[in-house]
Design a protein around this ligand. Structure first.
Ligand SMILES: [Cu+2]
Length: 282
């Protein structure tokens, strides 16, 4: 019992940590990152449902094993019984797993469909994976492709909120509460575009245009990583997405078309405002 309590306390602490820090991994994190899109909310719910089911199965099977080991041990049964079949039991142990699979399959297929079908999108971003960085292009806004490289360790500025191995020089930027169609491809080898807090993970394949969608429900900075082994610097091509308000997005998209650094200045200002509001709210 004390062991279970320890696990629960550990889990609660880890979840509290997740609440403090959205969009990035944190120490002692055992759970999924906190959801920032309807997609990730559904994935988290489904994960919880399956976790409950597998936990119950493990408990029932363990209890049955212990019961059998104790009740039918050789010492207590010097005369073993000779029967070999029990139709009722055999029907039950076939039917119950089938039923459990059905209970899992129905929400699973619904989730797959929700994930696969892009709702009416307000804008489109084309993402291209390269060895070893990402390129972002905004055809609707006339923003040609710009490249996004990881900031090396010796240039990381923690005071500016930069995170080692996750922060990039020019992040992808999207407005909050907007359906964004994301088209993903690659220019050399297969990469994968993954953003845990958004429930997005999609292969970037040369010569193919894969499609997914994001509808971020809160502003902030979110981090992901390439999730397909793509060579020597696979671990060093992170994805950074800034979710900003609609008018900051418009300012950014107007600025970035001419000068990417002025776009970054707008993002930095928005993030420091957000940090101040969060600190004031404490
Ligand atoms: Cu890659």
């Amino acid at each position: 019992m004390r062991f279970l309590t320890a696990i629960l306390v550990f889990w609660a602490t880890a979840t509290a940590g997740a609440l403090a820090q959205t969009g990035q991994p944190h120490d002692a994190g055992v759970n999924l990152q906190r959801a920032a899109t309807p997609m990730m909310e559904r994935i988290t719910d489904f994960h919880t449902l399956v976790l409950v089911i597998v936990t119950l199965i493990v408990l029932v099977v363990t209890a049955l094993l212990i019961y059998v080991m104790v009740r039918f041990r050789a010492k207590a049964n010097p005369e073993p019984s000779q029967f070999s079949h029990n139709t009722l039991i055999e029907v039950i142990w076939t039917a119950v797993p089938v039923l459990i699979l059905f209970i899992i399959a129905i929400p699973s297929f619904r989730l797959l469909y929700f994930n696969d079908v892009v709702p009416e999108a307000d804008m489109t971003i084309k993402v291209t994976g390269y060895q070893w960085y990402w390129g972002y292009e905004y055809p609707d806004q006339g923003i040609g492709e710009y490249l996004s490289n990881m900031i090396p360790d010796d240039e990381i500025d923690p005071a500016a909120g930069q995170v080692r191995l996750l922060s990039v020089d020019y992040p992808m930027v999207i407005p909050v509460d907007t359906v964004v169609r994301v088209q993903v491809t690659a220019a050399d080898v297969i990469h994968a575009y993954a953003m845990p807090a958004f429930g997005v993970k999609i292969d970037a394949v040369p010569g193919r245009l894969n499609e997914t969608w994001i509808e971020a429900t809160e502003t902030g900075v979110f981090y992901g990583q390439c999730s397909e082994l793509c060579g020597q610097f696979h671990a060093f091509m992170p994805i950074e997405i800034h979710v900003v308000s609609q008018d900051v997005y418009e300012q950014w998209s107007a600025a970035v078309a001419n000068d990417p650094d002025s776009g970054n200045a707008i993002l930095a200002e928005f993030q420091s405002e957000q940090r101040d509001t969060r600190l004031a709210a404490r």
